[in-house]
Design a binder for this molecule. Structure first.
Ligand code: ZN
Ligand code: ZN
Length: 312
């Protein structure tokens, strides 16, 4: 990708924290939105990155009462980890999508609904896998943000763009005045140790199509993301297409493995698919594989057989 310095930043400042090696040595970006008289944060990152956020805010003279909103893109731990700290230290109100707002407001529930969603994931430790990424406190949700909503932060008007799939509650943020679109985890990097996480493949593919169309129709010039570098409209569309190909490749693998081993069960299916793509056999992959199985059942391409599935 091109030098990030060549991209417009508009009213946004990326605050970047390093993730651990398990996440492919990637980063997570939180975005400070400066609207003149008011400020907001898009996401709050991970617990260990809070010092990075505090440093940027302190350098800019932003203190208690100066962050009006936290706008959460979705419920995952690397995006909501400092919600309670930002409420405590800056007096922010928390806005998130209604679908999983109860999870955003309760770290323990959030961890259980992700890591322990399925019986087969219950051997994974909530503290290690999820809770340790977040601060010790949870913060209540104050308002909801959904596709089509507008949020004003001083002189910055953000349009909320629903981009569900990775999480069914995910939203992006469009700033028409600077032609910048912030897309969070719909765009993930291919070298992640973890298989491309999506709750529902069909909804994910629809969001990728929507994203490309939105970029073209609205004249978006710069796309900012949670775990990658800033990129141009054309780069973002290529990245989105590559993510959509990953979804289709996983779908093809799931169907082929069910055809080759009639009656194959959930964990075995997760393992063979992850092996095929060189990904970690863990709890997030259960969510992705489950989404594909449900999609294939809906389409009548597979049926249940014993404790697993076979082609129809
Ligand atoms: Zn996520
Ligand atoms: Zn993320």
């Amino acid at each position: 990708m091109s030098n990030p310095a060549t991209y417009a930043e508009g009213p946004f400042t990326a605050i970047t924290s390093k993730l651990n090696e398990y996440e492919g040595n990637a980063v997570v970006n939180v975005y400070l939105v400066e609207g003149g008289t008011e400020n907001a944060l898009i996401d709050t990152g991970i617990h260990s990155g809070y010092k990075d956020i505090q440093k940027v805010l302190t350098d800019k003279g932003i203190g208690y009462g100066d962050i009006k909103y936290v706008l959460n893109s979705h419920e995952h731990m690397d995006h909501v980890g400092n919600n309670a700290a930002v409420v405590r230290d800056y007096g922010a109100k928390i806005g998130t999508h209604p679908k999983y707002k109860d999870w955003v407001a309760n770290n323990q529930l959030n961890a259980e609904m992700l890591v322990h969603r399925f019986e087969e994931g219950k051997s994974w430790d909530l503290q290690q896998e999820y809770l340790s990424w977040m601060g010790p406190e949870s913060a209540p949700v104050d308002f909801e943000i959904e596709d089509g909503d507008k949020v004003e932060v001083g002189n910055v008007r953000l349009d909320i763009v629903g981009l569900p799939g990775h999480s069914l509650a995910e939203v992006g943020f469009h700033h028409a005045d600077s032609n910048i679109l912030i897309v969070l985890d719909l765009l993930l990097l291919p070298n992640d140790v973890v298989i491309y996480l999506h709750e529902d493949p069909d909804i994910t593919l629809a969001s990728h199509a929507k994203l490309s169309q939105f970029i073209r129709e609205n004249g978006v010039q710069t796309v900012l993301s949670a775990h990658g570098q800033p990129c141009s409209a054309e780069e973002a569309i290529a990245w989105s297409n590559e993510c959509a190909d990953r979804v289709r490749n996983i779908a093809a693998s799931v169907l082929r493995n069910i055809r080759e081993a009639p009656g194959i069960g959930f964990v075995e299916l997760r393992d063979v698919v992850c092996e095929e793509f060189g990904k970690s056999k863990e709890w997030r992959a259960l969510i992705t594989i489950n989404g594909h199985v449900e999609s294939l059942l809906r389409k009548g391409l597979i049926v249940t057989q014993g404790n697993g599935w076979a082609v129809a």
